[in-house]
Design a protein around this ligand. Structure first.
Ligand code: TRP
Length: 360
């Protein structure tokens, strides 16, 4: 079977380095591996509206931000189809039919949705659209017959739910849909980068993100004021590496070659960590090193973004073309789904003839 990728992001803000190590960087590698027949990258604006219904302008403004971030990281429209979810109306139709295959209690058990409901204080009044977004995400994935969905671990419940819907559909109506696999980041530090303040997740509202589009000065300021081990007060104190955001970021970003360039006192990260644990290595030195490593990674991305910003209409054109191509694919799947569900009355000559026979 051909390998097909689908993944996406909600356009609720600019993308940050957590998105980058957790998913974006990998997407570009997968894109350039040549192993995938088709790649679909979705800007999930309809999903963003499920919990931003009163703020469509926020979603509208962030479409271009996410698109610029995608392209500046190296997603290439010649190889990866970038699309806007709301422009593919077939996805709504698919969701509507999949809703018959999912129970309310199954949705209530989805751990990601559960924690999002808590975070947004939705307990008392959950919008139905938000509650059912895992079903719409199943439509996103299956519409393109995706085999592979590169995501962070918070998205695993959505993939599991998609697989259940696929199995149910195929067993009730006949084989049409493809069961996708999640593809998780390879490195544990990349799974979920903590915020610069040490909180579990980077989040715009907490102001603890390093954005791909931050200036070098902004990045440096954020890194130099990062949370570290609060008990590592004097340079000579032994320090903790586990759970220390500065070292988690280094785990995600640094390679041995960075030491040659920026910190030749050590050959590799393990040596640096040992010194920190023993005592005698100050936070400022580690942060300066981290700053060099991250600046090196972000510079080409920032430069590409600057170029792309010069022709914004061209970026919208890429999204328009990508959405058109995606729509054709989704329309084919929808036609197949409707035929399996026997709601393709006018294409079904046999049906019309047999009904005619009955009334003869
Ligand atoms: N739920 C994803 C997020 O919050 C975005 C998304 C929408 C997605 N549709 C998808 C991811 C399909 C993977 C596949 O980031």
């Amino acid at each position: 079977m051909d390998k097909i990728i689908l993944t996406g992001d909600r356009p609720t803000g600019r993308l940050h380095v957590g998105h980058y190590v957790g998913s974006l960087k990998r997407r570009v590698e997968l894109q350039n591996s040549g192993d995938y027949k088709k790649i679909f990258i979705m800007i999930a604006d309809a999903q963003a509206l499920t919990d931003n219904a009163d703020n469509p302008e926020k979603v509208r403004q962030n479409i271009i931000e996410v698109a610029l971030d995608y392209l500046s990281c190296g997603l290439d429209p010649a190889k990866s189809n970038i699309l806007i979810q709301s422009q593919i109306s077939e996805l709504c139709e698919l969701s509507f039919y999949y809703m018959n295959l999912v129970t309310v209690s199954r949705l209530q058990r989805n751990p990601t949705v559960k924690s999002e409901i808590q975070m947004r204080n939705f307990e008392a009044s959950i919008p139905v659209g938000f509650f059912t977004y895992p079903i719409s995400q199943a439509a996103d994935i299956t519409a393109f017959k995706a085999t592979t969905v590169p995501v962070g671990d918070d998205q695993l419940p959505m993939i599991e739910q998609t697989r259940e819907i696929v199995r149910k559909f195929n067993s009730v109506y006949g084989e049409a849909l493809v069961e996708p696999d999640a593809l998780l980041p390879q490195n544990k530090a990349c799974m979920r980068l903590p915020g610069t303040d040490g909180k579990a997740k980077m989040s715009k509202s907490l102001g603890n993100c390093i954005y791909l589009s931050d200036t070098p000065d902004e990045v440096k300021k954020k890194i130099m004021s990062m949370f570290t081990d609060p008990n590592h007060i004097q340079v000579s104190d032994p320090g903790k590496v586990d759970g220390n955001p500065v070292f988690i970021y280094l785990d995600a970003f640094c390679k041995d070659e960075h030491f040659e360039r920026y910190c030749p006192d050590y050959a590799c990260l393990d040596e640096m960590k040992e010194h920190y644990k023993r005592g005698g290595l100050g936070d400022v030195k580690v942060k300066k090193f981290l700053n060099n490593v991250i600046q090196e990674e972000l510079e080409p991305i920032r430069n590409r973004r600057k170029e792309l910003e010069k022709d914004i209409p061209a970026v919208y054109e890429i999204l328009k073309k990508g959405s058109e191509t995606a729509r054709e694919v989704a329309a084919n799947t929808l036609a197949e789904v409707k035929s399996k569900m026997k709601i393709n009355y006018f294409d079904d000559v046999e049906l019309i003839n047999s009904q005619a026979e009955k009334y003869k």
